[in-house]
Design a binder for this molecule. Structure first.
Ligand code: GTP
Ligand code: MG
Length: 370
């Protein structure tokens, strides 16, 4: 920015606005905290206050930029992130619950299940899988629009006694648009009226060709109610995951994506974050969307405090300055000063985008009247 208000500069420097006004007065300038000053004056002030000048540039702040690629030799296998989608009442929640029941770790600990929007299970073969709790299609699309493509595999749930419904088609389209592989779970196969073959045939009309129809989309008959087919479903997910060769670098500053966030009465802002690379640790300073903070505590989906979280691991993060948005990117930075700079720069940019959009909208409105 070429100009900045005295207050904004004060915030960035973590100084009082009034002190800056005083300093400006001594420099022969009469300004209030709400007035803007030019860059040269700002630099003089910064030096006056003994701060190091560090201009925040676009590239500086884009810490989640994709051209920052981790070298191949640093990558380690990571668990797949799976999202379950499908029509209303086709059994998404029941299937998730049933899959959760197969978690050997949960079975052992017998802990109280915490709802954190994402959870991880450990299979009999000690493999880990991360599930995102059935976000609405809207949430899926919204996350995608924000560049947060966190899902590796989509499970499309279709009730064998109902068939292909509007939201089934929507889910197919979203999955195709995201370029994410799909596994079809034909659910409610315990019902006498279930007709899985009919589902496979009807899927052809939507260009989903399952294995049984000589296609390459995996399908499996399941019953969330009886538990039939669940092991096979897990095997197919792991097979798909192997084909994808999912990897991430664990030994670096953490980056992650906000799955959901809210203001908790007792605990303050809380966000469920899915770590995408690196390892998040207690005490780490981070930026998330336009907010910043320091990890005060991390809680896993079993309600247990954890000291660190690696790739594909979902955790609740406490210690954020405000409530971020779903899809926001979290990135660990070197110190609080840097976190403030980046989050302020991001909010200024967000603000500029909002105000810049107004005249264009007005033009569009009036051009319709001509
Ligand atoms: P929404 O969240 O409302 O979109 O529904 P959902 O897709 O999560 O479905 P949910 O798991 O709530 O299941 C809907 C109904 O189907 C419930 O009454 C379940 O008990 C029943 N149901 C789910 N799976 C099965 C199954 O495998 N067999 C039978 N018989 N019933 C099932
Ligand atoms: Mg549900």
């Amino acid at each position: 920015p070429e100009a900045i208000t005295v207050q904004e500069l004060a915030n960035r420097m973590a100084e009082k606005g009034a002190d800056l006004v005083k300093a400006l007065f001594n420099m022969g300038m009469m300004v209030t905290v709400n007035q803007t000053i030019d860059q040269d004056t700002a630099e003089l002030l910064v030096e006056e206050f003994g701060h190091r000048i560090q201009r925040v540039s676009e590239s500086d702040v884009d810490i989640n930029s994709s051209d920052d690629v981790d070298p191949e030799e640093t990558l380690k296998a990571r668990p797949p992130v799976v999202t379950i989608m499908g029509h209303v009442d086709h059994g998404k929640t029941s299937l998730l619950d049933a899959l959760r029941g197969t978690d050997v770790v949960r079975g052992e600990s017998g802990g109280i299940t915490q709802h954190i929007g994402a959870y991880q299970i450990t299979t009999k073969n000690k493999q880990k899988l991360t599930f995102l709790d059935t976000p609405g299609h809207e949430a899926f699309t919204q996350m995608r629009a924000r560049g947060a493509n966190v899902t590796d595999i989509v499970i499309l749930v279709v009730a064998a006694d109902d068939g292909i419904m509007p939201q089934t088609i929507e889910a197919i389209n979203h999955t195709k648009a995201a370029g994410v592989p799909m596994i079809v779970a034909i659910n409610k196969c315990d019902k006498p009226e279930a007709n899985p073959q009919k589902i496979r045939e009807r899927l052809l009309e939507h260009e989903v060709i399952v294995e049984e129809m000589s296609g390459d989309v995996q399908d499996v008959e399941v019953s969330a109610k009886s538990g039939a087919g669940l092991d096979e479903l897990i095997d197919k997910i792991m097979l798909q995951a192997e084909l994808l060769e999912l990897k991430a670098r664990p030994d670096r500053d953490a980056e992650g994506t906000v799955i959901e966030a809210q203001l908790d009465k007792g605990r303050g802002p809380v966000a469920t974050v899915l770590i995408t690379r690196g390892t998040l640790r207690r005490g780490d300073v981070f930026v998330v969307g336009t907010e910043s903070g320091r990890v005060r505590a991390m809680i896993d989906d079993k309600g247990k405090q954890v000291k660190e979280a690696g790739p594909s691991f979902p955790v609740e993060v406490l210690g954020i300055g405000g409530v971020p948005n779903a899809g926001d990117q979290l990135a660990v930075v070197e110190n609080e000063q840097r976190a403030r700079e980046v989050s302020e720069y991001r909010s200024e940019k967000a603000h500029a985008k909002r105000t810049a959009a107004t005249p264009a909208n007005f033009d569009a409105m009036f051009s319709n009247l001509k």
